[in-house]
Design a protein around this ligand. Structure first.
Ligand SMILES: NC(=O)c1ccc[n+]([C@@H]2O[C@H](COP(=O)([O-])OP(=O)(O)OC[C@H]3O[C@@H](n4cnc5c(N)ncnc54)[C@H](OP(=O)(O)O)[C@@H]3O)[C@@H](O)[C@H]2O)c1
Length: 256
């Protein structure tokens, strides 16, 4: 196969898929990608009001932005998400951003349902979406990109908070490195961004709304990250500047 290094922006209507785009890092990324000229299909599981409000932000012009209610843990999610993206244009980028930590606490207190849900949302769902992208994009000449959103927890293990989440993210990083090698010959770049503690609603969902500020004392830069600071790194990985970057995990942690 003839490999071309044409960037997705050269496609007629390049579409980036962003899972979990209704809030937090994902919403910030949707805004950034729209500014960069991408059409975006973002997903959410249970926040239709936030998703509709975000969609309306872009109604006045520029590339298309659409939200899709779709739980990434469902087996049919990849087919539904790619079909919705194809209805908008040419999907050439996938950002596996949707994630949940589960409740804070030691492993001994974690129930089976929550354990399985954390792995399904953070690892099995993204793996299925990566597989869907691999099946659809191999054989195309245009460069395409996958960015998986990991966590500093993959390195620290997050004891007494959420070790299964940390393990799922470590699995996602291993998937990133292995898949990058599998798909390098097909001109599909696979990378990850690993945020440190970032000021989003994920902490309220884990049971401690003020967690980001509590852990700030341990962060060398002295504060939690802002969603846009994580989105910047993801947007860079999707840009034309990263033609020689694959299999990398970029840490954006304030020095943690
Ligand atoms: N914030 C941090 O400190 C931090 C640190 C390291 C890594 N991360 C990672 O960064 C990513 C984004 O986190 P965030 O802090 O922005 O989280 P957030 O504010 O809680 O937003 C999470 C987004 O993912 C969506 N989502 C959750 N479960 C989903 C599912 N099953 N299917 C589809 N969408 C789903 C949510 O939509 P709904 O509300 O509709 O569920 C929401 O749009 C995650 O992968 C997280 O693990 C975050």
């Amino acid at each position: 196969m003839q490999i071309s290094n044409r960037h997705p922006s050269e496609a007629a209507s390049p579409i980036a898929i962003v899972t979990g785009g209704s809030r937090g890092i994902g919403a910030s990324l949707v805004e950034r990608l729209h500014r960069d000229g991408w059409g975006v299909l973002f997903t959410h599981a249970q926040s239709p009001e936030e998703a509709d409000a975000l969609e309306r932000t872009f109604a006045d012009g520029g590339p298309v932005v659409r939200g899709l209610r779709c739980d990434v843990a469902e087996r049919d999610a990849p087919a539904r998400i790619f079909a919705a993206a194809e209805a908008l244009g040419d999907p050439v980028a996938l950002v596996n951003n949707a994630g949940i930590t589960g409740g804070l606490g030691p492993l001994a207190e974690l129930g089976d349902d929550e354990l399985e849900r954390v792995i399904a949302v953070n690892l099995a769902g993204p793996a299925r979406l990566c597989r869907e992208a691999a099946r659809r994009w191999q054989g195309r000449s245009l460069r395409s990109s996958i960015v998986n959103v990991s966590s500093v927890a993959a390195r620290t293990g997050s004891p007494n908070e959420y070790v299964v989440y940390a393990a799922a993210k470590a699995g996602l990083e291993a998937l990133t490195r292995g898949l990058a090698k599998e798909l390098a010959g097909a001109n599909i770049l696979v990378n990850a961004v690993s945020p440190g503690t970032t000021d989003t609603t994920i902490h309220a969902r884990s049971g401690e709304p003020d967690r980001a500020r509590r852990v700030a004392a341990n962060i060398p830069l002295g504060r939690p990250g802002q969603p846009a600071e994580i989105a910047n790194a993801i947007a860079w990985l999707l840009s034309a500047e990263t033609s020689y970057v694959t299999g990398s995990v970029i840490e954006v942690t304030g020095g943690l």
